[in-house]
Design a protein around this ligand. Structure first.
Ligand code: GDP
Ligand code: CA
Length: 315
């Protein structure tokens, strides 16, 4: 079986641990198409938070407590940058993590596309699944704010990390999306897939920017494979993170039904054939979509693999 997963960073990476466990058991082949909307340039370095979360998590190098970055991280460079008053200072740039950004930036400057750089980084981390950025082009999620300083756009990372998603926000825009193309292999993987899984990632700022790449959404919606989503919301709350604040910007209810309806049914021009929700949300109704319930807390790999099996039963 060929499985394609559309995914963001931390939530998606945890989900991929379960997908990989399932694949090891069954011999399935897994391709993850990863959000690049969070990517940014910091101190001249290209940082790809979601790709790094997936690489580190699947490669056994992630910090399990923080959820992002490297385990056993140190912060010497960050402290030194602060001593210079170098901005931005709000982003957590660890010493170990920096090596990844240095290698990535050198390769990009030498002319390699992000997809090839990611493949090169993966030779170290051996994630056990194929990792593809949604696009090799620059596509950045920005938040349009309206506060006392007026109406302006800030990079998603600044909105999330610096402002903690607590500023009046009108909308999100995916800068560069119109000119982006799916990275090599993305459309081919979707066309050859037996199933497309939507990870329980943030629907607004992780999954939406992946689907904003022209041609990518059409490949999923118009493709032969069933599309099964897994709810990132359990009992009206994002398990961790601030997806509720992102959904509020869109005026979407923070619930399994709300997110399922935001994605919509494939038969009705939306995305989903099936929607897996938690037992506490078993009454959720998404018009045109088959809804099933299963435990959705990704407490460990076995629990997450069971989630994946439940999702595949919706095929
Ligand atoms: P990010 O890019 O690092 O923000 O990570 P993702 O977008 O891939 O995933 C973040 C989302 O994962 C959060 O908004 C949560 O709703 C969801 N999430 C986190 N832990 C769990 C869990 O144990 N179960 C489920 N169903 N969703 C979770
Ligand atoms: Ca992210």
């Amino acid at each position: 079986m060929r499985i394609v997963v559309l995914t963001g960073g931390i939530g998606g990476a945890r989900f991929l641990l379960g997908v990989r466990a399932y694949a090891r058991e069954t011999g399935a082949d897994v391709t993850a198409v990863v959000n690049v909307g969070d990517d940014l340039l910091l101190h001249g370095l290209k940082v790809c938070p979601d790709l790094d979360s997936v690489l580190y998590t699947l490669g056994g190098g992630a910090d399990p407590e923080r959820g992002w970055g490297r385990v056993g991280e140190t912060w010497t460079v960050k402290t030194e940058l602060a001593a210079y008053g170098a901005e931005p200072s709000w982003f957590g740039l660890g010493d170990k993590d920096l090596a990844t950004h240095l290698v990535r930036t050198s390769m990009l400057n030498a002319g390699y596309p992000l997809s090839q750089v990611t493949e090169a980084l993966a030779t170290r981390w051996q994630p056990g699944v194929r990792l593809l950025p949604a696009t090799d082009e620059r596509l950045e999620t920005h938040a349009v704010l309206s506060d006392e300083q007026g109406r302006r756009a800030v990079h998603f990372q600044e909105w999330w990390v610096r402002y903690r998603a607590e500023v009046p926000t009108e909308q999100f825009v995916f800068v560069g999306a119109e000119a982006a193309k799916p990275a090599p292999g993305v459309v081919e993987a979707i066309a050859a897939a037996d199933v497309v899984l939507i990870a329980p990632s943030n629907p607004v700022v992780s999954v939406a920017p992946v689907l904003a790449v022209p041609g990518l959404r059409d490949a999923v919606v118009g493709g032969p494979a069933p599309v099964i989503g897994v709810s990132p919301i359990i009992g009206g709350a994002p398990v961790r993170g601030m997806a509720d604040r992102c959904l509020a910007v869109l005026g979407v209810e923070c619930s399994a039904a709300g997110v399922g309806t935001l994605y919509g049914s494939r038969s009705g021009g939306g995305l989903l054939d099936g929607w897996l929700v938690a037992p506490e949300d078993e009454d959720a109704v998404v018009p045109g979509v088959t809804v099933r319930a299963a435990p959705l807390r990704m407490t460990d790999e076995a629990a997450t693999a069971a989630m994946v099996r439940a999702a595949l039963e919706l095929m």
